[in-house]
Design a protein around this ligand. Sequence first.
Ligand SMILES: C[S@@+](CC[C@H](N)C(=O)[O-])C[C@H]1O[C@@H](n2cnc3c(N)ncnc32)[C@H](O)[C@@H]1O
Length: 326
Amino acid sequence: MLPTLRPLKRYRDEIHLRLLAPEIRRAWRQVRASPHWEALRDLLGNAAFSEFRAESLTLDAEAITAQLPNSTDIAHLTAICKKLIPWRVGPYQLGSLTIESEWRSHIKWDRISPLLGDTSGKRIADIGASNGYFLFKLLQGDPELALGFDPVDRCWLQFSVLQHLTQNPKLGFVPAGLATLEAFPEFFDIVLCMGVIYHQRDPFLACKRLYQSVRPGGRVLLESLTINEPGSHLLVPKERYAKMRNAWIIPTPEALESLLLRAGFTDTTIHRFGPITTSEQRRTEWAPYESLADFLDPEDPSRTVEGYAAPHSAAVVGTKPGAGIS
Ligand SMILES: C[S@@+](CC[C@H](N)C(=O)[O-])C[C@H]1O[C@@H](n2cnc3c(N)ncnc32)[C@H](O)[C@@H]1O
């Protein structure tokens, strides 16, 4: 068993294990069938690598930075990380290895971290955590637990490599999607869901699941690509949006808020962050595929290649009514 679920042991009485277990089994089958599995098998099988441990972590720089002992075989670490390309969120600095991810995720962190309030001693979920960049950032606030959810096997494996180096007992990762939140009723103090809602065929159900996983008085932060238009409505792309086949709806910021209100959250506030730019999302050696520049109309970057309004970013914060609001 990859150790990313270990931090959940102490909570086993609060979690519906009968709902979680089949998801974990499914994730295992998926990972074993994936080409990325070889990379992790090599990693675990390498005696030298099993000794690799970060001496310390720097969390307040752009890159999550792990100081590694001089003895660390960086060539081996580099080879493993390259097998796990693309790295969508980051950046990371692992010893002398720099991983320049597609997203310069510190930009998003700088936008959303002031909205989180006091995170000390809190149980926090990051839904759509990718490789866990924001989980590491959250450690700065000394949470009780920072737990990532993502159904993509490559994300689980990337996080596993990082967690192997850092061994932080407060960090965990569930290799499954948002629906798995059913196993965590009223469990979290804070739920982050960023860059996920527009991938949901049923965004109302998704928000209800977020709601059910938050304890009364707890908070949600829902961030998304948005279209910069007034009013509460959804763009439903005919086929693709910014070349994405799995972008089912693109909300306005007010629609993002309506989704949370209709799920039951109250005291919502909308935060508009402006257009996504190519200084935040771009092609890199570690994500060598099409990126934002290829998704926008070269003649008019305020439109996508399909002619829709280009993506902006916005977040809505809401509270679940009930005792103990903090
Ligand atoms: C656009 S990325 C956003 C990554 C990160 N949260 C951020 O805001 O930069 C979307 C992530 O959501 C994950 N994802 C897709 N469907 C999901 C679902 N149903 N539940 C949880 N995560 C999902 C993808 O695997 C991917 O890592």
